[in-house]
Write a protein that binds this ligand. Structure first.
Ligand code: CO
Length: 174
């Protein structure tokens, strides 16, 4: 297990679709554990493999609040099979430090996925968990959250992000 470096937008891994996982072995288990450790170290509620520059369909999510017991989802090959309603949620992303945007998504989703050993599971979610599932599955498809904004809002958000990077001395790689 290790804390992995998180890549920042516009790293190419963030805009490239990840490949399905076909081998459920010890290496996969260790990778998933490192992903969870990386997410917790960064105080995130979700992390997709693309964000650690690995193009495989793996994501971790834990939306438990402070003081609540952890509720870790290890998602391999997750697919949204049902969407209902609509909501707007202020989202952030570990690959866009300090940038927050109101994003419109489905209010409720059902996601089918596999565990680290390849067992099939499904989860139905509302609220933050629903948003996190949609945000992380977008990452696996090579879609970052600013892509969910209208063209003008996207331009404003990316300008703001460039300023944040300059101010913090971050030099995001392509
Ligand atoms: Co993200």
């Amino acid at each position: 297990m290790a804390v992995l470096p998180i890549v920042l937008y516009p790293h190419a891994a963030l805009t490239t679709p990840a490949r399905p996982v076909e081998t459920f072995d010890e290496e996969l288990s260790q990778f998933i554990e490192s992903m969870a450790e990386t997410m917790y170290a960064a105080n995130g509620v979700g992390l997709a493999a693309n964000q650690v520059a690995e193009l495989r369909r793996v994501a971790v999510i834990d939306c438990a609040g402070d003081g609540e017991p952890s509720q870790l989802y290890e998602l391999v090959n997750p697919v949204i099979v049902e969407r209902k309603g609509q909501l707007v949620w202020q989202e952030g992303c570990l690959s866009f430090p300090d940038l927050y945007n109101d994003i419109k998504r489905a209010a409720e989703v059902t996601v089918e996925y596999q565990t680290r050993t390849g067992e099939k599971r499904s989860v139905s979610a509302t609220g933050l968990l629903s948003v996190a599932l949609q945000h992380e599955i977008d990452h696996l498809d090579g879609v970052v959250f600013t892509e969910r904004l209208a063209i003008f809002e996207k331009r404003v958000a990316l300008r703001k992000y460039r300023k944040i990077c300059e101010r913090r001395g971050l030099t995001p790689s392509e």
